[in-house]
Ligand binder design. Structure first.
Ligand SMILES: [Zn+2]
Length: 394
């Protein structure tokens, strides 16, 4: 039922074209997984609208369903696919990222809202960082047993163990599930990163042991392991070796990826000395348009990122040279599409002046239209990169 096949390898880099088979159809890689935090893409896309963007799959945060106490409801409905009328492949993360974003990430302003690269964030928005620094660490305890944290929604105490992270994701029923890890921050020192790695590795074994208890599960769900190790070469190599030896379908690269993008590429180069290239590689939480090609050249097959949809809701439309801020006065009387070469529903039916007006009027349609465009545009960029790999240009 599940399978990963490499169709074409670049001769000049580690880029490749792959095909992931799932019970909900195929994914041609490199592929983008937009973040559907609560099961649907923010911006109000129906399944048909999602299909119209060409995007092949999505990733959902299992943590939020746990926080909302909704695991059993979705299980009863027959899983995420049925509950949300979504028949394409779904990935769910384990909650490990929330250990980072609610814990030290939140405390130091490195959470989901801020960039995960602290140096680059500082350059961008000192004020945003300052306001985030006032927030608290919601993690109450992390031990070898599991993690205890306060719900960001209502403050109730929630526990998460590897067994529970598996059970939750099993009930949600996504095609691909992720082991529970302790996701560190770029501020963690060697000692702390090593400790996080050791706990994560133990959790991976416990998660997989739980998975193996369920008969025929391999036809319904497959696991991604996660390489940890922060900024430290020897820890990254150790973790890559450990994850290679796990009985998992895919390999994700997680944890802190450095203080800036240069660090991130250095980490990838180190990991690439050991990582198993016969399995799909997912770089967790990273996927800005300008980095895609270089990351793909480092062998990354899957990306997930909130950027295209978040930007859309804030009036930013992706274009070839970056993005435009649609709520600027200069678009008030521009009766042309965002991009005249774009074939998305939005560009075929609406112009800048209309979308400008909708944003100013705070109409829901505004963010909705830009979400469609941004996802379509993102997918087109990936399609071009895939074509370049196929025609030996990468
Ligand atoms: Zn468009």
């Amino acid at each position: 039922m599940f399978n990963f096949q490499i169709i074409k390898k670049s001769k000049k880099s580690l880029a490749r074209i792959g095909k992931i088979k799932t019970p909900h159809g195929e994914i041609i890689t490199p592929a983008f997984l937009p973040v559907a935090t609560l099961g649907v893409i923010k911006g109000g896309l129906t399944f048909n609208e999602f299909l119209s963007t060409g995007v092949q799959a999505q990733i959902t945060n299992s943590f939020h369903f746990l926080d909302l106490d909704y695991i059993d409801v979705i299980f009863k409905a027959g899983g995420l696919h049925k509950f949300f009328n979504f028949s394409k492949p779904i990935f769910t993360d384990s909650g490990g990222f929330q250990i980072f974003s609610l814990g030290r990430g939140n405390e130091f302003g490195l959470g989901k809202i801020a960039s995960i690269f602290p140096e680059e964030q500082k350059k961008k928005s000192k004020n945003q960082l300052k306001s985030l620094q006032k927030r608290n660490n919601l993690i109450k305890k992390i031990s070898e047993e599991g993690v205890w944290f306060l719900s960001p929604r209502n403050g109730r105490l929630i526990d998460l163990t590897p067994e529970k992270a598996f059970d939750v994701q099993n009930k949600l029923g996504a095609d691909f599930i992720y082991v529970l890890d302790v996701c560190g921050t770029p501020l963690d020192d060697y000692f702390l990163t090593q400790k996080e790695l050791e706990i994560s590795h133990q959790w991976f074994n416990r998660f997989i042991a739980q998975y193996k208890k369920i008969k025929n599960i391999e036809n319904k769900q497959q696991i991604f392991g996660i390489i940890q190790g922060g900024l430290f070469d020897d820890l990254r190599l150790k973790s890559a070796e450990f994850v290679n030896n796990l009985d998992v379908f895919g390999i994700a690269i997680g944890g802190a990826l450095g203080k800036n993008k240069k660090d991130m590429f250095k980490i990838l180069k180190v990991i690439n000395k050991k990582i198993d290239f016969n399995r799909p590689h997912h770089l967790l939480g990273i996927g800005s348009l300008s980095d895609l090609e270089n990351l793909i050249k480092q062998g990354i097959d899957l990306f997930d990122c909130v950027l295209p949809t978040r930007m859309a809701r804030h009036g930013m439309a992706l274009i070839k040279r970056g993005f435009i801020d649609i709520v600027r006065k200069k678009y008030q009387k521009k009766f042309e599409p965002i991009d005249k070469d774009c074939d998305c529903f939005t560009c075929k039916n609406y112009n800048l002046a209309q979308i400008y007006f909708l944003f100013k009027a705070k109409e829901l349609l505004a963010g909705h239209l830009l979400t469609i465009h941004n996802l379509y545009f993102f997918e087109k960029v990936l399609q071009n990169i895939r074509n370049k790999i196929l025609s030996n240009k990468i």
